[in-house]
Design a protein around this ligand. Structure first.
Ligand code: DQA
Length: 158
């Protein structure tokens, strides 16, 4: 069974208690559980990783680049947190493992927030972007990844 990685960056371990007006009340453990269940429905094994360390996120993207080349992974759903707005290293990591498809996902609508959140270094390297759907965005991103990256999904009408 191919794998989908749900990758979360800094401070997303605090989901559920962190700024609930922005990010809601659902914990990261609950998000990961519903992503795993959704993956099962779609026919994929879901692996989840959250790290507050940029290098750990980069290492995981590299690992999935290798798995993708081996035919063992479909792609990645990635919420890079604040590294979105600062990290050329994450941009380069995604570019470096092209064509691994990475869907960038943000819980909040970053474009309706402070101007420093409007720019993303990840977006130019991403295969798609999901923004502002709350934690449902992870499921929307998984659906988008499957539809974009499998022939069978592409043939299905919306
Ligand atoms: C976020 C948006 C980022 O600007 C912020 O730094 C986060 C979470 C989101 O999911 O809405 O940590 O990526």
């Amino acid at each position: 069974m191919q794998k989908i990685l749900i990758l979360n960056g800094p401070n997303l371990n605090l989901l559920g208690t962190r700024e609930p007006a922005q990010y809601g009340h659902t914990s990261l453990a609950d998000v990961e559980a519903f992503c795993r269940a959704h993956g099962e429905r779609l026919g994929y094994e879901v692996e989840c990783l959250q790290s507050n360390w940029e290098g750990a996120l980069i290492d995981k993207i590299h690992e999935y680049g290798r798995l993708y080349r081996a035919g063992e992974a479909l792609g990645v759903v990635f919420n890079p947190g604040a590294y979105t707005h600062t990290s050329i290293a994450l941009h380069d990591a995604i570019k470096g493992v092209d064509p691994l498809p990475v869907i960038e996902c943000h819980i909040s609508n970053v474009h309706a927030r402070e101007t420093f959140r409007h720019h993303s270094w990840v977006s130019p390297a991403a295969a798609g972007i999901v923004v502002g759907f709350g934690v449902d965005g992870y499921l929307i991103a998984m659906d988008g990844l499957v539809r974009k990256c499998t022939n069978s999904a592409a043939r299905q009408a919306p």
